[in-house]
Design a protein around this ligand. Structure first.
Ligand code: 9MR
Length: 370
C-alpha cells in the first residue's frame, strides 16, 4: 500500500511543475512565485556573481528578479576581491551586486568580513611571511571592516561578520586569527562591524550547525559575546546539505535550541546534493577527491526515483523551515539554477548535481509546485 502511494505521489510530483503550462499538456500546476509563496514565512534569497549582475546571463537574472527577495554576493564581496592589496579597495564588483539588490527591492547580505579562506595573506602575515603581532592584526581587521562596512552603509542590510570559526566537534578552529588573537578576534569583528554601521544586522555564520556539539558551542559563544556587549542578530546556518545530513530530527533540534536561547536564525547558504559525497558532511572548500563514474551517477539526467527522492528531501527540509519560520528570518539558496552551483565542481570537478531550487534549464523543482 505504502509503495503504491509513493509511486502515485512520485507521478504527481513529476507531472506537477511548469513555467509554461500551455506548451506542456501533462502539467497541472504552474510554478509559484517563490517570494509570494513564502511571504508569510521568511525572505527567500539567492546568490549573484558580478557577471550575472552585468546582465550576461538572462535566464538566471530573470529567475533572481522574479522569485527572490534577498541577495548575497557569492564571491565578489570577499576580502580577496575587495582588499587584495592592503588598503587599495576595489568595491566595483560588489557595487554592481548591491545596486542590483536595491533596484529589485532585495534584502542585501554582505558576505563576508572575517574568514580564513578567500582572504589575502596580509591579514595575518608580514611581507617576510612571519605571523603578525596581535596589535597589527587587530588594526588590519579594523581598517578592512570599517572601510567595507562604511562603504555599504545603508545599502547592505546584514553582514556575515565571521564565517566557519568552529570545528564540527565544537572546538574553535585554529585559523590565523585564532592563533594570533585567540577568541578575542570574534568579539573584535562584531565590535568593528557594529561601530562602522550601527544599523546593520550582524550574523555569526557557519556550516554543519545542526551537528549537536557544534550547535551547542555556537550557542554558548553567541550568548557569551552578547553578554560582553556584542550585537549579534542572527546565527547563520549555511546548510550545505546531503540526502542524509542533517536529518530532519537534527535540524529540528538545532532550530529549537536557537529558539530556546532567543537566537534568531538565517539560513544563509542552503543547497542539497543529490549525488554521492566522498568527503563526509562538510562544506570545507579545501576538500578534494578524484572523479569516478560512481560519484557521478546522474550525468545523463536524474532517474525518476532519484528525482522523486530529491524532491521529497527538499520538501521535508522546507516543511521544517516553515514549521520554525517564526524564528527564521531568511532562507537563502546558494545558487540560482543547478548549472551555476559550486557543487558541480566540489569536492570533485565536473560532476552533474541538482542542488538548487531550479534545474539547469530554469524549471523549478517539482516539490515547490504543490
Ligand atoms: O560558491 C562559492 C564558490 O564559487 C567559490 O569557489 C568558493 C571558494 O571559496 O566559495 C563558495 O562559497 C562558499 C561560501 O563563501 C562560504 N561557505 C561555503 C560556500 C561554498 O563553498
Amino acid at each position: 500500500m505504502k509503495k503504491i502511494f509513493s509511486l502515485l505521489s512520485a507521478a504527481m510530483m513529476l507531472a506537477a511543475c511548469s513555467n509554461n503550462p500551455k506548451q506542456d499538456s501533462k502539467v497541472t500546476v504552474t510554478e509559484p512565485i517563490l517570494k509570494e509563496k513564502f511571504k508569510n514565512n521568511f525572505l527567500i534569497g539567492t546568490v549573484l556573481a558580478a557577471d550575472q549582475a552585468f546582465g550576461r546571463d538572462s535566464l538566471t537574472i530573470n529567475i533572481a528578479k522574479k522569485h527572490f527577495n534577498a541577495l548575497t554576493a557569492e564571491n565578489c564581496m570577499k576580502p580577496e576581491i575587495i582588499d587584495k592589496e592592503k588598503g587599495k579597495y576595489d568595491f566595483s564588483e560588489g557595487d554592481l551586486v548591491v545596486d542590483f539588490a536595491k533596484k529589485n527591492n532585495m534584502y542585501m547580505i554582505g558576505h563576508v568580513l572575517i574568514w580564513h579562506e578567500q582572504s589575502p595573506k596580509w591579514f595575518w602575515v608580514d611581507e617576510q611571511g612571519n605571523p603578525l603581532k596581535p596589535e597589527v592584526m587587530k588594526q588590519n581587521m579594523k581598517e578592512f571592516i570599517t572601510a567595507t562596512v562604511e562603504h555599504y552603509k545603508g545599502k547592505v542590510d546584514a553582514w556575515d561578520v565571521v564565517n566557519e570559526t568552529f570545528n564540527d566537534d565544537g572546538t574553535l578552529r585554529e585559523t590565523p586569527y585564532y592563533k594570533i588573537l585567540g577568541e578575542e578576534y570574534l568579539k573584535l569583528a562584531f565590535q568593528y562591524a557594529h561601530e562602522a554601521d550601527p544599523d546593520a544586522k550582524l550574523i555569526f555564520n557557519d556550516y554543519n550547525v545542526s551537528k549537536p556539539e557544534k550547535c551547542d558551542a555556537i550557542i554558548k559563544k553567541i550568548n557569551e559575546l552578547k553578554s560582553q556587549g556584542c550585537q549579534i542578530d542572527y546565527v547563520g546556518m549555511q546548510m550545505h546539505s546531503t540526502m542524509t545530513f542533517p536529518t530532519i530530527e537534527q535540524l529540528e533540534t538545532s532550530l529549537k535550541k536557537f529558539e530556546d536561547n532567543g537566537i534568531k536564525v538565517q539560513i544563509t547558504e542552503f543547497d542539497l546534493t543529490a549525488i554521492p559525497f566522498p568527503e563526509g558532511n562538510t562544506a570545507d572548500i579545501t576538500a578534494k577527491a578524484d572523479y569516478k563514474d560512481t560519484y557521478d551517477p546522474y550525468r545523463n539526467g536524474l532517474t525518476d526515483s532519484a528525482r522523486n527522492a530529491l524532491n521529497n528531501r527538499f520538501n521535508d527540509i522546507f516543511e521544517c523551515f516553515v514549521r520554525h519560520s517564526a524564528n527564521i528570518e531568511r532562507v537563502t539558496v546558494w545558487g540560482i539554477t543547478d548549472k551555476g552551483s559550486w557543487r558541480q565542481d566540489w569536492p570533485i570537478k565536473g560532476r552533474t548535481d541538482f542542488p538548487t531550487l531550479f534545474y539547469s534549464d530554469g524549471k523549478m523543482k517539482e516539490f515547490l509546485c504543490k
